[in-house]
Design a protein around this ligand. Structure first.
Ligand SMILES: NC(=O)c1ccc[n+]([C@@H]2O[C@H](COP(=O)([O-])OP(=O)(O)OC[C@H]3O[C@@H](n4cnc5c(N)ncnc54)[C@H](O)[C@@H]3O)[C@@H](O)[C@H]2O)c1
Length: 324
């Protein structure tokens, strides 16, 4: 059995627990300081509640950090210092420097460390990446992505405090910065505009223009100002054709609850769930002592691009992302 310990029983802690419950080789423990969340989580997932971060790290082989973003680095460093394999939700950490410290600590301790870039495990994004890499549309020239819905709150409203979440560029666009860098290569420089960056809280919308070292250009739109529900789109134009994706067009199942709340789902099996694939890939790499599916270096570079976008949105200047 693998002893997995989740830190944070909020939105993502629950998404992860649902996946671990599909795995017969996982024994689940967790810690969340809010008693009502802790009780509900323990009951729903048959997971063992512990009393502190330290207890989770002491008991478990694998630590899964589902905490607010500004708490990722501290929890990650503590788990690494105890020799644990560590998974950290995206964004890998709140700043690029924090990412660097996590990487250095994991290299010194020789422990597996993986950031949660789940977009890579969504079928549309995985297939889009594979098609581009296989030359299906020739040489990529231009890419456009859009991601968003309404601004989440999170526990005690932490998402809406940009000191904690980084706003829409660090929290949301980071998915697309990672996917585009994975698919098109390194970013040479970028320019970004955001409506939320001046207030530092609340709803936000940002548009970032990227120039890749290959010469390709991209634009990444991220919004917390769309009441129409969460949606992702992308488009990659190459010398031989165009690939397009729109999550609203590909819906197989739509569930509407009393009160009007609507969920849209693809028809996927339990093990096709991108969150399952991501976590199973991580655990298998830990068990087999192979490379984790998404490297810590990639997680850090996605944050580097996001932080460059924040700087550009603040200064109005073109910014070159830092390298690990
Ligand atoms: N990959 C994705 O699709 C995705 C989606 C949403 C959020 N996220 C990321 O996941 C992370 C968590 O976001 P969330 O939506 O679950 O937030 P959340 O606010 O719903 O959950 C965070 C939980 O951490 C708990 N917590 C606070 N301090 C703690 C401590 N010291 N020890 C243990 N628990 C503590 C809170 O009580 C809360 O239950 C963020 O970094 C966010 O950006 C990723």
């Amino acid at each position: 059995m693998v002893k997995v310990g989740i830190l944070g029983a909020g939105g993502m802690g629950n998404v992860h627990a649902r996946q671990y419950r599909k795995m017969s080789d996982v024994e689940l423990s967790f810690f969340d300081p809010l008693p009502e969340k802790s009780e509900a989580f323990a009951k729903q997932w048959s997971a063992t509640p512990l009393d502190s971060v330290e207890q989770v790290i002491a008991k478990c082989d694998v630590i899964d950090v589902c905490l607010p973003t500004d708490m990722h680095q501290d929890a990650g460093l503590r788990a690494i210092a105890s020799g644990r394999a560590v998974f950290i939700e995206k964004p890998f950490a709140r700043t690029f420097e924090e990412c660097r410290q996590l990487i250095g600590a994991a290299e010194d301790a020789k422990v597996p460390l993986m950031p949660g870039h789940v977009a890579r495990f969504f079928a549309d994004f995985a297939t889009g990446h594979r098609l581009v890499k296989s030359g299906a549309v020739g040489t990529p020239a231009a890419a456009r992505t859009r991601r968003g819905g309404l601004a989440p709150m999170g526990s005690h409203g932490w998402f809406r405090d940009y000191e904690r979440s980084g706003g829409v560029l660090v929290d949301l666009a980071v998915h697309d910065f990672d996917w585009l860098r994975w698919t098109l290569g390194e970013v040479k420089h970028l320019y970004s505009r955001s409506v939320g960056i001046q207030t530092g809280s609340g709803p936000d919308y940002a548009l970032t223009t990227l120039t890749f070292e290959s010469g390709a250009v991209g634009h990444v739109e991220a919004t917390w100002m769309d009441p129409g529900g969460f949606r992702t789109t992308f488009e990659i134009a190459g010398s031989k054709g165009l690939i397009q994706h729109d999550s609203r067009q590909n819906v197989a199942l739509r569930t509407t609850l009393e009160g009007g709340k609507t969920f849209a789902d693809g028809a996927i099996s339990a093990t096709d769930d991108p969150y399952f694939k991501q976590l199973r890939g991580f655990l298998d790499a830990v068990k087999n002592k192979t490379d984790v599916p998404v490297s810590a270096h990639d997680g850090a570079m996605a944050v580097s691009i996001a932080m460059a976008a924040v700087e550009s949105a603040k200064t109005g200047k073109v910014v070159v992302p830092e390298r690990v």
